[in-house]
Design a protein around this ligand. Structure first.
Ligand code: FMN
Length: 371
């Protein structure tokens, strides 16, 4: 049997195989951010399609870190009931589910230009970020730290199996980690240890609420998408410090985004085989230095590559996003012996749907619908 279909455990959470759905914002919740019937269907299908661990789309911890009104949140206790239905939909179909806890930081203003985004610093003349934002006060930072803890407690109460902090892709944690966006002179900026303080204070705050035995994961951006930002050497050291501090699993991605798709986490035009698995080298480098499970992701499209990643010790788990939008039953298909690569062509038309405020769907299905 392939190692891909062997079980795995993270801090007592047993997974039936090595496939993870990397967090994917579906744009499918109710307009007020509540869990919708469409979302329940999406999660049911992924679990029935044999994804061992589904990581939810971004779930807001604080109103000042929300990108869209329609995003799920665990900001108040009243959200627990709806989110519990999401967890149940996965469990009833034999999967495990982690909620991705999220604060957009200054990125808020990239979608809501009349709102000032909060970030580590007010950066002038940044070619990669031109929207209105200001530096957070110490009190605002500690308020957000508390909010992560409270949201994690609610996630546990709602029946989720784990939580994952969103520490990548240009959002708050990545903004604090990158010297491009963090110019602070206090304990939240400067040295690597200071730029990681938010990540570590959040971990403490979360642990207080969920206890020592609950899996607390993080998706971490180990390098920015442009020159002049976080460099890999520091990103690798950061990953090591996060694992040493007690995060129970690391998913490896990139930090701040450049302007074009190939400077983001969702690279497109993956035409040649060597374009696939574009963050593999980073997870392999992290895996060498940490003692906690590592997830590789980014452009993984076929079984052979997924198997190689695990066999070569580059990661313990492989995570996919776009292929599972296109084929929620991909993992079951592979397990049953149909080894054709994912049909996803990484065209990013699923992201265009989000930008048009429609739920994600695959262009290949939309084209079929028109025939
Ligand atoms: C439509 C869409 C929504 C996404 N939403 C999230 C998200 O909520 N949180 C996150 O960490 N990454 C998000 N991502 C990034 C993916 O998790 C993943 O890192 C990236 O797409 C690369 O993996 P892939 O090549 O398998 O798609 C999203 C990607 C897409 C295409």
């Amino acid at each position: 049997m392939s190692i891909l279909f062997s079980p795995f455990e993270i801090k007592g959470m047993s997974l039936k195989n090595r496939f993870v759905r990397s967090a994917t914002f579906e744009g499918a919740s109710e307009p007020n951010g509540e869990v919708s019937p469409l979302q329940l269907d999406m999660y049911r299908n992924l679990a029935a399609g044999e994804v061992a661990l589904i990581i939810s789309g971004t779930c807001c911890v604080h109103e000042n870190g929300r990108l869209f009104a329609s995003q799920n949140g665990l900001i108040h206790d009243k959200a627990i009931k709806g989110m519990a239905r999401l967890a149940e939909a996965v469990h009833e179909n034999g999967g495990k589910v982690a909620v991705q806890l999220f604060h957009a930081g200054r990125e808020v203003s990239s979608f809501t230009p009349d709102q000032e985004g909060l970030g580590p610093s007010d950066v002038k003349n940044d070619p990669y970020f031109k929207h209105p934002h200001r530096a957070m006060t110490h009190e605002e930072i500690t308020d957000v730290v508390d909010a992560f803890g409270a949201a994690a407690g609610r996630a546990k109460d709602a029946g989720f199996d784990a939580v994952q902090m969103h520490g990548a892709h240009a959002y708050l944690f990545a903004q604090f980690l990158s010297p491009n966006s963090n110019h602070r002179k206090d304990q939240w900026g400067g040295t690597l240890e200071n730029r990681l303080r938010l990540h570590l204070e959040v971990l403490k705050s979360v642990r207080k609420r969920v206890g020592p035995d609950f899996p607390v994961l993080i998706k971490v951006g180990v390098q920015d998408g442009f020159d002049g930002g976080l460099i890999l050497e520091e990103g690798l050291r950061a990953a090591q410090l996060l694992a040493d501090a007690g995060y129970d699993g690391l998913e490896i991605s990139q930090g701040l985004r450049g302007v074009r798709f190939h400077e983001t986490e969702f690279r497109t035009k993956l035409k040649k085989p060597e374009d696939h698995g574009y963050f593999r080298k980073w997870s392999a480098a992290v895996k060498k230095t940490v003692h906690v499970p590592v997830m590789a992701q980014g452009g993984i499209r076929d079984l052979e590559m997924a198997e190689e990643i695990l066999q070569q010790g580059e990661a313990d788990l492989v995570a996919l996003s776009r292929p599972l939008i296109s084929e929620p039953d991909l993992i079951a298909r592979w397990r049953k012996g149909d080894k054709k690569p994912a049909r996803c062509i990484s065209c990013n038309k699923c992201i265009d749907e989000l930008e048009s405020m429609r739920p994600i769907s695959c262009i290949l299905d939309r084209q079929k619908g028109k025939e």
